[in-house]
Design a binder for this molecule. Structure first.
Ligand SMILES: *[C@@H]1O[C@H](CO)[C@@H](O)[C@H](O)[C@H]1NC(C)=O
Length: 323
């Protein structure tokens, strides 16, 4: 731990020196001591970019709400509201922090505000428990349990949510939502039904999912799994045994571990793949052994109602329409 910290600091120091040499003022570095704080500020992915509080966007929070912008959101109960939820989203390469402010609720009377690291819909979670770095219980942070100890919660991916229950009219609280750059995004829920994305897993033993909660046509344009280069001739029976592969999944929930595998892409991949998937949720999931740098690029667009109808009539992908 200590060693890593030191080598990182040295690397940063080197970086600072190189930068100033490039600018031709190396003397500046020699004559000035760089404090440890300066070095650590390099760590901060977005130093001092934070919007000052008085300039933040503000609006009331509704009992069922979707928030895609930074700002301050205040919920005030006009009557008992026992089952509320707000969903937060950011760009794929961002994570979200949620801060509690001015909380005036009756914890003892059964009120609660709970932030969840991910989304829960119809009892299913995204990211699935298998793909999330934290155990499930650590993904819930309850205001009443943690009290003033934890006023800020940071998500692990571009989505988060808040559940709350308020019994008394007049009770209220404010949430401050901010976004931060995530240099290594893993699990993502797409904010829109069309777009393109490149998923990279840099030599990590983990699995990442990109979830599109719409019926879409998906087009995998390119992918490279490290073993392509290392073992080009050896044929591996079935993707599962290769340890590194890309899955296309579909279904009607958001838990990727409960979705149906539509196809696996590994060593047998021969060219661009286009596919129309008429499910409510379409997922590109990459399984990574950690031995290679894996990458997959794809684009997607919403299916129109005619395309959806013909998929239904052809009776393919029954599992998409089973409920
Ligand atoms: C990734 O997924 C594969 C197959 O679904 C599984 O066998 C493996 O244990 C997972 N790896 C991690 C780190 O969760």
């Amino acid at each position: 731990m200590r060693v890593t910290e030191r080598t990182l600091r040295e690397r940063l120091f080197l970086l600072l020196v190189c930068l100033s040499v490039l600018k031709g003022d190396a003397r500046y570095i020699e004559n000035n001591e760089i404090s440890k704080d300066d070095l650590y500020s390099f760590f901060n992915p977005e130093p001092k970019r934070e919007i000052p509080e008085e300039l933040l966007y503000r609006r009331p929070l509704r009992c069922l709400d979707m928030v895609a912008v930074e700002g301050q959101f205040t919920f005030t109960a006009e009557r008992p509201q026992l089952s509320c939820a707000a969903f937060f989203t950011a760009e794929p390469n961002e994570v979200i922090t949620v801060d509690y402010d001015n909380v005036d609720i009756d914890c003892r009377g059964g009120d609660f505000i709970t932030v969840f690291d991910g989304w829960v819909m119809k009892g299913e979670k995204f990211p699935s428990s298998q793909d999330h770095p934290l155990p499930v219980y650590e993904r819930y942070v309850d205001y009443c349990d943690s009290g003033s100890l934890r006023k800020s919660v940071r998500s692990s991916q571009n989505v988060a949510m808040v559940f709350f229950r308020i019994h008394n009219a007049g009770s209220s609280f404010t949430l401050t939502v901010r976004k931060h750059i995530n240099p290594f995004p893993c699990n993502v829920i797409s904010q829109s039904p069309e777009g393109s994305y490149t998923m990279v897993i840099p030599q990590q033993h983990r699995n990442c999912s990109f979830s599109i909660i719409y019926p879409v046509e998906i087009d995998v344009s390119e992918f490279s799994l490290g073993h392509y280069n290392n073992f080009p001739k050896r044929s591996i029976p079935g993707c599962g045994e290769s340890g590194d592969f890309v899955q296309l999944l579909g279904g009607n929930g958001i838990d990727t571990s409960k979705l149906y595998p539509i196809t696996d892409l590994c060593i047998t991949f021969t060219g661009p793949t286009h596919m129309k998937i008429g499910c409510e949720n379409t997922v590109v999931r990459m399984v990574s052994s950690g031995r290679f740098v894996n990458r997959v690029s794809f684009s997607y667009r919403l299916l129109d109602s005619q395309e959806l109808q013909s998929i239904k009539l052809n009776n393919v992908e029954d599992f998409c329409f089973s409920n």
